[in-house]
Design a protein around this ligand. Structure first.
Ligand SMILES: [Zn+2]
Length: 261
């Protein structure tokens, strides 16, 4: 890493006393470490959804502000290493992303692979683990909310959903959150495990930090064309924060449950 490169992750609202929530944004940034020369990609390619979740961080920031919740976010592009993949995943470091060859990721050496894991992936997830440990030790049942965004068009297929609510085995938050969102915005199309479903072997943040711990959790995906501008990110952040608040206010306190396998 070069002296000007920032740390692998960022925490907003770190000092918050609110132990009820922990927010994550795995794909918040399209930054590439200085020495990697933008992975030989043009600025145009690096601004595409292949490098990051467009609009997600602005929206996550607003949710974090309203909930007074800490937000842990990745500080580098998913093309360096995907923080939402287990280390064993074949798509942890991709050499082709939605049709764009990532030449800098072909034939990554063992050393380079371990360096990327050690510098980017491990510290990010260790931080989330330690923050959740602290909350559980204090006898809280923290709610983990993972914020993402998805591209409206993939493989020439339009995706009609405005939002997706994603989970695998624990669906405690899904229906209440859906109802809370629709009660104020009945026109929205909400995907239930769409545009894709969470699966333990291919996803990481929710299965590892949420499901394996048995704490309530949800992954929220918003379509990228809806949150292209800062103004829209704020509107969506407010909409989702208000739905999350109304969910915790309307259902009985949630417990830590033994994960199903
Ligand atoms: Zn994402």
């Amino acid at each position: 890493m070069s002296p000007g490169d920032p740390s692998p992750f960022k925490i907003n609202n770190a000092g918050s006393k609110n132990k009820k929530w922990l927010l994550t944004c795995d794909h918040a940034s399209n930054r590439v470490p200085y020495h990697m020369d933008n992975l030989s990609l043009s600025p145009k390619e690096l601004s595409r959804h292949i490098a990051w979740d467009i609009g997600a961080m602005g929206m996550a920031n607003e949710i974090s502000r309203i909930l007074d919740a800490p937000l842990v976010s990745g500080n580098y592009s998913r093309l360096i290493i995907d923080l939402n993949r287990p280390i064993s995943s074949p798509t942890l470091i991709v050499d082709n992303a939605d049709g764009t060859p990532i030449l800098a990721n072909t034939n990554v050496s063992h050393l380079e692979f371990s360096e990327r894991v050690d510098y980017f992936h491990t510290p990010y997830h260790n931080k989330i683990s330690s923050m959740l440990d602290l909350r559980v030790m204090d006898e809280n049942v923290p709610i983990l909310v993972a914020i993402h965004s998805f591209t409206p068009l993939l493989n020439n297929t339009n995706r009609p959903w405005h939002i997706g609510l994603l989970y695998e085995h624990d669906d405690r938050l899904v229906e209440p959150l859906k109802e809370a969102i629709l009660s104020k915005n009945p026109e929205l199309i909400i995907g239930d495990n769409e545009p894709y479903a969470i699966r333990g072997p291919s996803d990481y943040t929710i299965p590892f930090h949420g499901q394996d711990r048995g704490i309530p959790h949800i992954e929220i995906e918003v379509r990228q064309d809806l949150i292209e501008t800062q103004e829209k990110q704020i509107i969506w952040g407010q909409r989702l924060a208000s739905a999350l608040i109304s969910v915790v206010n309307s259902i009985p306190p949630m417990k830590i449950i033994t994960p199903k396998t």
